[in-house]
Design a protein around this ligand. Structure first.
Ligand code: 5RP
Length: 223
């Protein structure tokens, strides 16, 4: 099976976690896109969705799924999204697509985070994938220095020769060469640096379930 076929399989498997008549939180990225396509097919069963990015909102709307502003909602049963890495405790690195801040916000109001990922995303130790940190642009240099002091190697994410700009008008520093043995502690440590908007470590609130796409089928791992 190709990686896309594995992503499609987990996206379809995630439909059974969607609660009829409710609002579902929807992530960002290629796996989330397959989920949005599947959600479009059952749109009449749900009230609507909350999106974690402008791109996801546009794709949901194009498939006829009503998109709600998060401010209109108190709580949602599930948030469904991909990951760049997930470890055996359900802690994740996210933000490869640059949507980490809104992903973390929408996930924070969900009862359960359902991670959908192909088998290449499961790791013993997080950190081989560069860890994204969204920053307020004026704090790019000061946060870079602070992250270096923590032993990281931050690189400003670029697109078309200019800094990549998030949906929140922030910049992203990608941290290379980490081996994250205590993801909860690192998430807290980076969160408190002045100028950091959010870090793409999802450990304090990790996945409740991971639907992992493997050659043998979709494996549901509960944490
Ligand atoms: C976007 C994300 C994505 O969930 C993550 O990058 C995985 O993407 P994909 O499903 O395309 O492999 O965090 O900000």
């Amino acid at each position: 099976m190709t990686q896309d076929e594995l992503k499609q399989a987990v996206a379809h498997a995630a439909i059974r976690y969607v609660v009829d008549g409710e609002i579902v939180g929807v992530g960002t990225g290629s796996t989330a896109n397959f989920f949005i396509d599947a959600l479009g097919e059952i749109r009449h069963r749900i009230k609507g969705a909350v999106a974690s990015s402008e791109a996801t909102a546009a794709r949901l709307a194009a498939r006829g799924v009503p998109v709600f502003d998060l401010n209109e909602i108190d709580q949602i049963p599930v948030y469904i999204d991909g990951a760049d890495e997930i470890d055996h405790s359900g802690a994740m690195i996210k933000g490869g697509g640059g949507a980490l801040t809104r992903e973390k916000i929408v996930a924070s109001v969900a009862e359960k985070f359902i991670c959908i990922a192909d088998q290449s995303k499961l790791v013993d130790v997080l950190g081989k994938y560069p860890l994204p940190v969204e920053v307020i642009p004026m704090a790019t240099s000061s946060v870079t220095r602070a992250l270096r002091a923590l032993g990281a190697d931050p690189v400003l994410r670029m697109r078309d020769g200019a800094p990549y700009v998030t949906d929140n008008q922030g910049y992203i520093l990608d941290l290379n060469g980490l081996q994250i043995h205590d993801p909860k502690a690192l998430e807290q440590q980076i969160n408190q640096l002045p100028g950091v908007v959010s870090v793409g470590l999802f450990a304090l609130k990790g996945a409740a379930v991971c639907l992992l796409g493997t050659e043998q089928g979709v494996r549901a791992i509960e944490y």
